[in-house]
Design a protein around this ligand. Sequence first.
Ligand code: FCB
Length: 457
Amino acid sequence: MIAPMAASDIPSPPLPSPSVPVFPPGFLWGVATSAHQIEGAVAAREPSVWDAFTAEPGRVKDGSTAEVACDHVARYREDVALVRDLGVDAYRFSVSWPRVLAPGGLDFYDRLVDELCAQGVRPVPTLFHWDTPLAVEEAGGWQSRDTAFRFAEYAATVVARLGDRVTRWITLNEPAEVTLLGHAIGEHAPGRKLLFDALPVAHHQLLGHGLAVRALRAAGVRDIGIANSHGPTWAASEEPADAEAADFYDVLLNRLFCDPVVLGRYPEGIGELMPSADPVEDLRIISSPVDWYGVNYYQPTLVGAPGGDSGAGTEFGGLTLPSELPFAPREITGYPVTDHGWPVVPEAFTELLVGMRERYGDRLPPIVVTENGCSHDGVSDPERIRFLDGHLRALHRAVEQGVDVRGYFVWSLMDNFEWAEGYRQHYGLVHIDYATQRRTPKASYHWLRDALAARGA
Ligand code: FCB
């Protein structure tokens, strides 16, 4: 098989000038982070599944922990100033459920929200970005139906405190990754290898999402979304076995998490595998209308039938995949790759959004891109500038083709603890020197700031 082309093998095009396409009025520009990846201050919160997972030898590739991370709880003012100076409208962060469980835990978010408002940046909190409290895990975690109800109670607590200043809310981040990486193949916390027995984890998170939507509505919120990860699935060939494997993967990554929210039903063949406590009422709750639908986009996936050269049971994109899977991701060649080994394919971003519009038609809520970005080391990061430029143009092409897109958030404001990769990946517009906690805006930060400032000029 042909090795993926290293970024250095491809002649570098000149750097794009700092400009962004013109999106419809009211389009929201933002940057995103998540609590566990940046906050530190672990002593002031309850433990989460990620603390326990990280403590197990071999789980995180560089052996690091998120104990200090970006020390954001202590340095949030400096970080908010960086967001403000970038010139974006909004900051997407997550509220740590284990911090909220600790006495006074909500005080930090109270201060953060005040600071954002004072600096003219709109706060956009996500209620769950993977850091399940350990106590909730020990009571069954997302494998248990009860967790959906506990999550909704927690959502009600948070909105009661912050809802006077926060108007836009995100329920969950990427329940697909929590299900597939966390519970099916064990590469993320809580590290279970349940394969298809992990499906209830998807259902319970989606139920938690729907119950949280209702709790937020009851508190008067009118601007709610979910952040799901999506990417086009490409079949490795036209052979029926490859096409079937690719369809199956598409159902697991894309449709399993979008169909129930948008259409109120599971894709064919999946519903029967879900817990059946109250299937009709559950789907009614899960499809409680959202005001917009968040898409996290990183890459397309090329998928074939298992058993090929780079079939299941191998390393793929930094993950070790078990051999029992009925599909096998293959390397995508001919594109630059990020430090994370992910192919850079802006046209797949257009394909994804146009494809969602075709699949769901008028049922699809307006789209907000809640994450998009790339891992590249260094303060000089021309690759990230090209990535952002290419993806923003691809996003604009989707708008031209009729997709209603209302916002775009870069992942991420700053380098941070990238889950099982530890500190080996660098997704930030701002570089963090972890020894000194010094923040240094990268070339891409300056590029985006200049591009946003030039809007309407
Ligand atoms: C997404 C996660 C985010 C970050 C990026 C690189 O899947 O939501 O926390 O890890 O990938």
